[in-house]
Design a protein. Structure first.
Length: 390
C-alpha cells in the first residue's frame, strides 16, 4: 500500500491517474491491474484513511451511444498491459502537444498490435499527437455545421479524448450515414426541380434542353434510386425522340436509341416483362423513325426485331390491345422494308399484320389505334399490288 501512495506523490504519476479517470496502474504480483484510488490528499502525505477500491468506474460518453463500460473496458484491459515507460512517454508527449493522454495510450496499444519497432515508437507517437491536433481541428469545423452532424462530431471527439478510438470510428461511420442521408434528400429534391424545369422546356418545344435536364436529374439519383433513375431516363429518351421526330434531328433519334438500349439493361425482363416490352416498343419506334430517313434497311430491320421481342411478352391472349399496337407497328416497318427490297411476300405479311391489328383494336374499343393503322392500309395494298406485277 505504501508503495502505491509513494508513487502517487510524483506529479507525473498523478497525471496518469487523471488520464484514466481516477484509475491507476499498480504493480501487483508481477502484473498490471487497474484500481481506482479513493484518497484524501494532503500535500505530499497520504491520509491514514486512504484506501484502494478495486473496481472500474465508467467513463462518461457524450450521447450514450453505447454502454460506457462496454466501450472502455477493452481499452483499459489493453492499456493495462503497457509498461510504465510507455505510459510516461505518452504523458510527456501529451503535455508537450496539448492533447489528451488516453488517445495516445490507445495508439501505443495499436503500435504493439502492429509490431512497431521499439526505437520507432517515440517519433511515431509524436506524429500521431500532431494527427490528433489536426483531427480535433477538423471536428471543430464539423461542430459548426448542421445540428445532427455537430452532435456526432462532439460525441466522436469525446470518445477520442477518452481513448475509445474504435468507438469514435463507429460514431463517425454513423455520421457518414447521416450525411449521406442529407445528401440523398438534397439530390432527390434537386432532381425533382430539374424535372419540373424540363417539363416547362417541353411546353416550349425545347426538347433538347428538357432531355438534358432529365438526364442530369437521372444522374443525381442514380447512386441510390434505380427506379427513379429509370423513369427519368425514359423521359429523357422521349424528349430526344420528339426532338428528332418533330424537327428532323437524326442525332436526337440516335441518342434516344442509346438510352432505350441502356434502359433494357436496367430493366428486368423476368420481373417486369410488360415494362421491358414497352421499352422495346419505344426502341422500335425510334429505330423506325430514323430508318425512314436513312438509305438501306439496317435500322428498319432492327425496328422489326425490337417489335418482335416486345410481342414475345405482349401476346394477343395476354394484352390484346398492346398486341395490336405492336403488331401494327411491326407491319408498317415491314412495309417500308418490302418497298426498298421489292419483296412481295414481305409486303403481303405487312398488310396482313396491319389489318389484324385493326381488327383487334376495334374489338377492344381502341378506336384511335384502329384509325391510325387504317390510314396505312391503302399504301400497303398498293404496294402489294405493285410488287405482284414484278
Amino acid at each position: 500500500m505504501s508503495q502505491v501512495l509513494d508513487w502517487l506523490k510524483d506529479e507525473k504519476n498523478r497525471a496518469v491517474v487523471a488520464m484514466i479517470g481516477g484509475g491507476i496502474a499498480a504493480a501487483v504480483g508481477g502484473g498490471w491491474t487497474i484500481a481506482t484510488v479513493v484518497i484524501d490528499y494532503q500535500k505530499d502525505k497520504p491520509s491514514p484513511s486512504s484506501s484502494i477500491v478495486v473496481e472500474q468506474k465508467s467513463i462518461g460518453i457524450a450521447s450514450g451511444h453505447s454502454n460506457a463500460k462496454d466501450i472502455t473496458a477493452p481499452i483499459l484491459e489493453q492499456i493495462e498491459k503497457l509498461d510504465g515507460r510507455q505510459k510516461e512517454m505518452a504523458a510527456q508527449i501529451a503535455r508537450k502537444k496539448g492533447v489528451e493522454i488516453p488517445p495516445l495510450l490507445a495508439v501505443l496499444v495499436k503500435m504493439g498490435e502492429k509490431g512497431v519497432k521499439v526505437e520507432d515508437i517515440p517519433k511515431l507517437l509524436d506524429a500521431k499527437a500532431n494527427g490528433l491536433i489536426k483531427l480535433h481541428s477538423e471536428l471543430d469545423l464539423l461542430r459548426k455545421g448542421p445540428a445532427e452532424l455537430a452532435a456526432i462530431a462532439q460525441e466522436a471527439q469525446s470518445l477520442i479524448d477518452k481513448g475509445a478510438l474504435d468507438a469514435a470510428s463507429q460514431v463517425l461511420a454513423d455520421g457518414r450515414k447521416a450525411a449521406r442521408s442529407q445528401r440523398i434528400n438534397a439530390n432527390r429534391d434537386e432532381a425533382k426541380i430539374l424535372v419540373l424545369d424540363a417539363r416547362v422546356d417541353d411546353l416550349q418545344l425545347a426538347y433538347r434542353s428538357a432531355a438534358s435536364k432529365d438526364g442530369e436529374a437521372a444522374a443525381l439519383v442514380a447512386p441510390f434510386d434505380s427506379i427513379m433513375r429509370q423513369s427519368l431516363l425514359r423521359k429523357q429518351a422521349f424528349e430526344l425522340y420528339k426532338q428528332g421526330e418533330e424537327f428532323g434531328d437524326s442525332a436526337g433519334l440516335a441518342e434516344a436509341i442509346d438510352i432505350y438500349r441502356l434502359l433494357l439493361t436496367l430493366t428486368s425482363r423476368s420481373a417486369q416483362p410488360l415494362r421491358w416490352a414497352k421499352i422495346q416498343i419505344h426502341l422500335g419506334a425510334t429505330l423506325e423513325s430514323l430508318g425512314e430517313r436513312e438509305s438501306g434497311t439496317a435500322r428498319l430491320d432492327e425496328a422489326v426485331a425490337a417489335y418482335g421481342e416486345a410481342l414475345k411478352e405482349q401476346t394477343r391472349a395476354r394484352v390484346p390491345l398492346l398486341w395490336a399496337k405492336s403488331t401494327g407497328n411491326q407491319g408498317v416497318a415491314l412495309m417500308l422494308i418490302a418497298e426498298r427490297r421489292t419483296d412481295g411476300a414481305m409486303a403481303k405479311t405487312a398488310l396482313d399484320q396491319i389489318e389484324g391489328a385493326i381488327t383487334t383494336a376495334r374489338a377492344g374499343g381502341d378506336v384511335p389505334t384502329a384509325a391510325n393503322f387504317e390510314a396505312q392500309v391503302p399504301k400497303a395494298r398498293s404496294l402489294v399490288q405493285h410488287l405482284a406485277k414484278h
